[in-house]
Design a protein around this ligand. Structure first.
Ligand SMILES: [Zn+2]
Length: 384
């Protein structure tokens, strides 16, 4: 590689671009330009979408992973059980424009299959696995998202009308599904709710966790808090495999703002889980779990900084090295070097002395091209 031009960045600080490892956008052309510009404005060049419409991904062909745009990996539809999460959520959104709705609306959403095979796939028994694999093989996406929601109790949840939309895969289908994903060359990310879900997914061989147990859990009362707490032994096994964990702590930070003491105790357990996993050797990543929100991206970084007592340099590593490389493991990114892609952010002040400097981006270079973004209100806002 040869330099073809020289520019002065005198007095500025260069860092590799940032990443977001758990999002649900972009997903289709709706609002795409704004979503792309939001990420680029925040310095986020690398985006991992953990559940999207297959049709949404196809509509974006040529618009992402292209010069001047964000680089995105998609999982396509999440794998869950009939009437589970996110089957009911996406059907309810399509039918009633709300992810929740009344119990009656959720029942109706659970009977609708208008988006089956697009934003979710159903796997209720092992006998259905070969047909599912055949369907998934139409596409060459690098990821699979699998849903665990209190997996040990999935049979009881299936007959509980109050739990419509709040269940996922059974433990029995999980390991064969993960093995099939790996045979297709897909990395598997698990949605987990409880510590037992985490253990089941770990033992099934998933590559990463889309949440830490207890993330923002709104439903747990003191009597069930214990089921969210990871044991030292499970954390040690996760650490020994250096699995990826996207804690999505920014979500619980949002909830705490309008909080009760019980929710704070839930959050304390989640934070303890994340600390335990990090100490054991798991690889922690930032992910906002957003449909497109600059604030959610900043919230997650700030929440991880608080929870793990990160220095500004640690925060920079998380955003600019660890998370980008986890999303694109074969690319030469996450460093400023002649052997790496010519992508960086120029910052107004020193990001290692002051973490807020990481949000003060003056210029953006992606693969050798300067990005020009329309100035927007709040575009220069600090990361915390
Ligand atoms: Zn999510």
């Amino acid at each position: 590689m040869r330099a073809d031009s020289v520019v002065s960045l005198d007095g500025q600080w260069m860092v590799p671009p940032y990443a977001d490892a758990h999002t649900h956008s972009p997903d289709g052309l709706f609002g795409f330009d704004g979503i792309r510009d939001m990420y680029l404005t925040e310095g986020v060049f690398y985006v991992q979408v953990l559940a999207n419409h297959r049709t949404g991904r196809k509509a974006l062909a040529g618009k992402v992973n292209a010069p001047g745009s964000i680089d995105v990996v998609f999982s396509d539809g999440a794998i869950t059980s009939t009437g589970g999460h996110p089957h009911v959520l996406y059907e309810a959104l399509a039918m009633f424009r709300t992810p929740g709705g009344t119990p009656e609306q959720r029942q109706r959403a659970a009977r609708s299959l208008s988006q089956d095979g697009d934003v979710y796939h159903r796997l209720d028994s092992l006998a259905q696995l070969p047909a599912l694999v055949t369907r998934l093989r139409r596409d060459t996406v690098p990821l699979m998202k699998v849903m665990l929601v209190d997996a040990d109790n999935v049979a009881a949840l299936a007959t509980d009308t109050a739990a419509v939309g709040m269940r996922g895969l059974s433990a029995a289908v999980l390991k064969p599904l993960v093995d099939s994903a790996h045979a297709m060359g897909r990395r598997v990310w698990a949605h987990v709710e409880t510590a037992r879900d985490f253990e089941l997914a770990l033992d099934a061989g998933v590559d990463g966790f889309a949440h830490a147990p207890g993330y923002g859990a709104a439903f747990d009362t003191d009597s069930t808090l214990g089921r969210l707490r990871l044991s030292d032994a499970v954390a040690a096994r996760a650490g020994a495999r250096h699995v990826f964990v996207i804690p999505t702590l920014g979500l619980s930070r949002d909830i705490t703002a309008r909080d009760s003491a019980a929710r704070r105790r839930t959050q304390d357990i989640t934070v303890a889980n994340v600390r335990l996993l990090q100490r054991a050797g798991a690889r922690i990543l930032t992910g906002s779990d957003t449909y497109s929100s600059a604030e959610a991206i900043r919230n997650d970084v700030a929440a991880l900084q608080d929870a793990l007592t990160l220095t500004p340099l640690d925060v920079l590593r998380l955003r600019a090295i660890d998370t980008p490389r986890a999303i694109f493991p074969t690319r030469m990114i996450g460093a400023l070097s002649p052997t790496h892609e010519a992508s960086f952010l120029a910052l107004r002040c020193n990001p290692i002395l002051d973490v807020s400097c990481q949000g003060q981006i003056t210029q953006r270079l992606k693969q050798g091209e300067w990005l020009s973004l329309a100035p927007k209100p709040g575009a220069a806002a600090q990361s915390r």
